[in-house]
Design a protein around this ligand. Structure first.
Ligand code: SF4
Length: 79
């Protein structure tokens, strides 16, 4: 899987800490950036590929505007 899309990732411009929040407010703040990111679709697909069917507790941070919980839900729905 190509990772060329990461060159246009907005999170790379603001730093990674914001994307590993410890509160719901932090996740909302990260999601606001993901909502404007031009590579959100590729990011969401990469997260799904990397994480497979991992349990929610093995997932970390925000990818494509999705929390570990929402990525778990999406993975189950896709299975
Ligand atoms: S959509 Fe993905 S690449 Fe874009 S800012 Fe969010 S986490 Fe980063």
């Amino acid at each position: 899987m190509s990772l060329d899309w990461m060159a246009d990732a907005l999170c790379a411009q603001v730093g990674p800490d914001l994307f590993f929040p410890t509160s719901a407010a932090g996740y909302r703040q990260a999601k606001q950036i993901c909502d404007r990111c031009p590579v959100r679709e590729a990011c969401t697909a990469a997260a799904a590929a990397y994480e497979g069917t991992s349990h929610r507790h093995l997932r970390h941070g925000t990818w494509g505007g999705h929390t570990p919980t929402t990525r778990t839900r999406r993975s189950r729905e896709a299975a």
